[in-house]
Unconditional design. Structure first.
Length: 658
């Protein structure tokens, strides 16, 4: 096949990239097998060689991640694990990946498909050493805080794959500071959004590309270093993959990549058939979006509130495939909650991985066994190409847990206990922007409470506290010292588990973790914009078998406090929102005003001595609370996990005060 100008295509046997992508789709539709592979010849001929080849690719991705992240100064990349490096074949199927944000495996095929359909092979051309970048949800990424860097792999003038690096950046330059804004009306207020663009040549990013980060985002140097991290990573991985091709041969490499996808597809189907009872499982989440009075006359179409209706039916078919029907989902709107199909697949895969795709060989085989109905015009299939998507993944993230819940029931019906626990979207974080006393502008953000949720209760034990994270299988809460160094106005005076904040039941979930910060000498100005998961509507995934749902997220801004006087007098400062409430009630801590939220907040101005408290992360309980064993209640009270009042009012257990 030829491209414009009579030139042969850059892919195998002179095919164009567009033709190769279309052929991949056609072969699966006609045969039901990835790439039409009814036999896995390389695997059958020499399984040991095949696994050695596959593990070399996985190891290359992991080594790249561990090297490249040291270039970043962003705590989300450096410590909290919000990054990923992976290898895709020429068609865009991911065949090997590092640890990290595993959901993005599902986004890469859409990005490569977009590059093919946009005709980039013809103009500007796809050449050895070209670096492409995108964060545009319309073309395959989930939202603009997740930035993708792609490098084509050529072997003797043939495009044989792509190395991809991606991470979550600190600030996107939107109407709110941070990377997860909860106020946006369209792509024009989402922040810096760039479609697939050639940003580098000869294995180096162009100098002009740095200027975009410096002019369009608040955390310019964080974002420039993150971009250099991604670029260095894809180049290193590119070189290592070419060494592996030299070792095994190009014919083996080309065929083995396809067999890796088809083999994993078969494994996933067999696991679902073995562990889950087929059937139709139902799920529902309601969510509130409050814009009225926040945007006013500037965006009249957004000066309203919404009640989001997110129903789902999950069909587990007898052959192991899964169909998810979201008929009845709320319509698209002029708000931050929209998402396109790639974002839906990226986020929801996070639940599917942990149930049946939990090995280091995970890849895009998941796309070959999952189908969706996302009605045109709904918030997850907007027909407006300029729809705001900056935090649509938050709404999709809530739907992720329909799989945790429904697959949990399907496994429980089969007799499994270990993977059956009620989960829900969780996590509080913030974006911050300020002007220091000397006029220096700065910005930052924090996602610590996304990395350390309480696990849902199980049928045989309590969930672990602060030990789990749905979006990231290898999370790390990070060190307070690094956060304070990068955000000097946010002084952490407390971080720990919050008593009673859990899903109660015969077995309870792990406790939520809370954070307390004092605003310290902010200078001329400071605003904090918080994102959260519950929006005051409670948890979407209720407890199982009579267990209670999770607790609401809580965010409190305490303005005009006397905390500096309390500290100067040697008094005790509050370590969490519970202690702050008690100190206010006793009169020890005086506040001018309190702003309390159970969901996302607008951008809130703060001054020196203001207190900022937040908590999130518990899940649902399992079983009737009245069936909880007394020794477990006694242990909870002994260690302060629940209070005597909760023991009495929730569990019906009266304590003697000892």
């Amino acid at each position: 096949m030829m491209i414009q100008g009579g030139k042969m295509g850059i892919c195998y046997r002179g095919k164009t990239l567009r033709a190769l992508v279309q052929e991949r789709q056609r072969l699966f539709k006609e045969t039901g097998h990835a790439y039409g592979l009814e036999k896995l010849e390389l695997l059958e001929q020499d399984p040991a060689k095949f696994m050695r080849f596959q593990m070399k690719l996985v190891a290359a991705c992991i080594n790249t991640r561990e090297m490249a992240k040291l270039i970043s100064a962003n705590p989300m990349s450096l410590i909290q694990g919000e990054l990923l490096f992976l290898l895709a074949n020429a068609e865009g199927d991911v065949v090997a990946t590092s640890y990290g944000l595993a959901g993005h495996i599902q986004g890469v095929p859409f990005v490569i498909k977009s590059i093919a359909e946009l005709g980039f092979e013809e103009d500007p051309g796809i050449n050895p050493g070209d670096i492409y970048s995108t964060n545009d949800a319309f073309y395959g990424t989930p939202h603009n805080a997740d930035c993708y860097t792609l490098l084509p792999i050529f072997y003797r003038d043939e495009l044989v794959g792509w190395t991809v690096g991606l991470n979550h950046i600190t600030d996107v330059g939107g109407i709110q500071p941070g990377g997860l804004g909860t106020v946006s009306t369209s792509v024009f207020t989402d922040g810096f959004t760039y479609p697939p663009t050639r940003t580098g040549r000869n294995f180096r990013q162009e100098k002009w590309w740095d200027l975009h980060w410096k002019r369009r985002t608040r955390t310019e140097m964080f974002n420039v270093l993150d971009d250099k991290m991604r670029a260095a990573g894809v180049v290193k991985l590119h070189d290592r993959v070419k060494e592996i091709i030299d070792e095994f041969g190009i014919d083996y490499y080309r065929q083995a990549l396809r067999e890796i996808i088809e083999r994993e597809r078969r494994l996933l189907l067999s696991r679902v058939r073995a562990m889950a009872v087929p059937g139709i499982y139902h799920w529902l989440q309601l969510k509130r979006v409050d814009y009225k009075g926040t945007l006013g006359r500037l965006w009249p179409a957004s000066n309203r509130n919404w009640l989001l209706h997110k129903p789902a039916e999950m069909h587990i078919r007898a052959d192991g495939t899964i169909f998810t029907d979201m008929e009845g989902l709320s319509s698209e709107g002029d708000f931050h909650c929209n998402a396109y199909e790639p974002g839906v697949r990226v986020l929801t895969s996070l639940a599917l991985w942990s149930h049946f795709a939990y090995t280091k060989t995970l890849n895009t085989a998941l796309q070959y066994m999952t189908d969706w109905n996302l009605p045109p015009g709904c918030m997850f299939n907007p027909q407006n190409p300029w729809a705001a998507t900056v935090m649509g993944l938050g709404e999709v993230g809530g739907c992720t847990y329909l799989f945790h819940r429904c697959l949990g029931y399907a496994y429980f019906a089969r007799g499994f206990l270990e993977e059956t626990y009620p989960m829900d979207g969780a996590g509080v974080g913030y974006g911050v922007q300020g002007l220091l006393g000397d006029g220096f502008p700065w910005a930052g953000g924090d996602m610590a409470l996304i990395t350390c949720w309480g696990q849902g209760a199980m049928a045989y034990r309590d969930g672990f506290s602060a030990a789990w994270c749905g979006p990231n299988p290898q999370p790390d809460q990070g060190e307070v010292e690094l956060s304070e160094f990068l955000q000097p106005t946010q002084l952490n005076i407390g971080r720990g588990l919050i008593p009673d904040f859990c899903g109660h039941g015969k077995f309870r979930s792990g406790l939520e973790i809370g954070m307390m910060q004092m605003v310290n000498q902010p200078g001329q100005a400071l605003i904090i914009a918080t994102f959260a998961s519950t929006s005051g509507m409670g948890g979407g995934a209720l407890g199982m078998c009579g267990g209670y749902p999770r607790s609401n997220d809580v965010i409190i801004y305490a303005h005009d406090t006397n905390i500096r006087e309390v500290i100067a007098q040697g008094g005790h400062y509050p370590r969490n929102l519970v202690e702050m409430r008690r100190m206010i009630e006793s009169g020890t801590l005086k506040v001018g005003s309190l702003e309390i939220f159970n969901g996302p907040t607008p951008s809130v101005p703060c001054k020196d001595g203001d207190l900022y408290a937040s908590t999130s992360g518990s899940m649902g309980g399992w079983g009737d609370v009245l069936e909880r064993r007394y020794e477990l209640i006694e242990e909870d009270i002994k260690y302060g996990w629940i209070t005597p009042e909760t023991a009495r009012t929730v569990y019906g257990a009266v304590t003697d005060g000892n």
